[in-house]
Design a protein around this ligand. Structure first.
Ligand code: SF4
Length: 286
C-alpha cells in the first residue's frame, strides 16, 4: 500500500516538512496536539515531532545526506544555532509512515551518492522510540544511517537498537564538568558513558566539537577530549565545527537572552590548533 505523503504547506497553511535549511525558524507547530497524545507518541514512537527534513547535506556524515531535524532537547547550549528545536511542540507532528515515505523518495539517489540518512536535532533521543523506528526503516531501505546526538540519553537505546545505527555523530561540548554544565546546563558524564559503551560495542563514531572562542577553546580541555576519544578505538574522525552567528536571529525572535552576542567566530589559527590537538592524540581531524 502506498504511504500517505507528508503534508504540504499549501494544504495545511503550515510550513512544509522539507525546509531549505534548519535555520528556518519554526514554532508552535504541534501546540494543538493534546498532552496525552504527545505522551503516547513518545512512549510508542508512532509519531514524531520534526523541525524539518533537509536534503543535500555534506557535513552530517559520509556522502550526501538527507537530514531529519527533531525537536526537543534537554541541553541549553549557549551557542545553540537552533533554539527553536529545544521545544518538542515547535515541531511538525509526523507519523512514522509519513517520515519513512519522505525518506523513501531519496533512497536511490542516496545509495548512488554513497550518502545516507542522518537523524539530528534538537536531540533525537528525546524521541528515542520514534528515532529507532525511523532509523530502522532507513536500514530496511538499504540506506546508511547516522545519529547526531549529545549522547545524554544514549542509555535509552538497547544494544540491538545500536546495530541499526551505522554511525554515531557524538557531540562532546566540553571536557571540564563545570564548564560543560555552565555551557549546556547538563552533566557530561552520561555522554562519556555512552561513548564508552559505543566503544565496547565497536560502533563507529565521529566526534563533533564546536569551537567557541572563550567558551570551548581551552587547550587542555581539547587535549583531554582528544585523548579520551583516541583511547576508545572506535572514533573514526573528529570534526572541529567553528562557532558562527547564523542562529542568532532565532534567539531574538524567541525572546531568549543570548549571551554570545559579541563572540566572533574562531580564528583560522585556533581552528587549526584544535585540529592539531586531535591529530596529536592520534585522530583524523577535519
Ligand atoms: S544539544 Fe544541540 S540542539 Fe541541544 S541545545 Fe545544544 S546545540 Fe542546541
Amino acid at each position: 500500500m502506498a504511504e500517505a505523503a507528508p503534508p504540504r504547506a499549501s494544504e495545511t497553511g503550515r510550513p512544509a516538512l522539507e525546509a531549505k535549511s534548519p535555520f528556518e525558524l519554526r514554532v508552535d507547530l504541534a501546540k494543538d496536539i493534546p498532552e496525552s497524545d504527545v505522551r503516547a507518541a513518545l512512549a510508542a514512537g508512532h509519531m514524531g515531532f520534526l523541525h524539518s527534513f533537509t536534503t543535500g547535506s555534506t557535513v552530517d556524515g559520509p556522502g550526501v545526506r538527507v537530514v531529519a531535524w527533531t525537536t526537543g532537547c534537554m541541553y541549553r547550549c549557549l551557542y545553540c544555532h537552533n533554539p527553536d528545536t529545544w521545544t518538542l511542540s515547535n515541531g511538525i507532528p509526523v507519523s512514522i509512515e509519513q517520515a519513512a515515505a519522505e525518506l523513501r523518495k531519496y533512497r536511490h539517489g542516496l545509495r548512488t551518492m554513497s550518502g545516507g540518512f542522518t537523524l539530528s536535532g534538537g536531540e533525537p533521543l528525546m524521541q528515542h522510540r520514534f528515532a529507532v523506528k525511523l532509523l530502522s526503516a532507513a536500514k530496511e531501505m538499504g540506506i546508511h544511517t547516522a545519529l547526531d546526538t549529545n549522547g545524554y540519553y544514549g542509555e535509552r537505546l538497547t544494544d540491538d537498537e545500536l546495530e541499526k545505527i551505522d554511525l554515531v555523530l557524538l557531540d562532546i561540548k566540553s571536557w571540564d564538568p563545570e564548564r560543560h554544565r555552565s555551557l549546556t546546563g547538563m552533566d557530561i558524564e552520561p555522554t562519556l558513558a555512552f561513548a564508552r559503551r559505543l566503544a565496547e560495542r565497536r560502533r563507529p563514531v565521529w566526534l563533533r566539537f564546536v569551537l567557541v572562542p572563550g567558551l570551548t577553546d581551552h587547550p587542555d580541555d581539547i587535549r583531554r577530549i582528544g585523548a579520551f576519544a583516541a583511547g576508545l578505538g572506535n572514533v573514526e574522525r573528529a570534526d572541529v565545527l567553528p562557532f558562527h552567528q547564523i542562529g542568532r536571529f532565532k534567539w531574538k525572535k524567541l525572546g531568549i537572552a543570548y549571551q554570545l552576542e559579541d563572540v566572533p567566530p574562531p580564528s583560522r589559527e585556533s581552528v587549526e590548533q584544535a585540529r592539531d590537538s586531535f591529530q596529536a592524540a592520534g585522530l583524523k581531524a577535519y
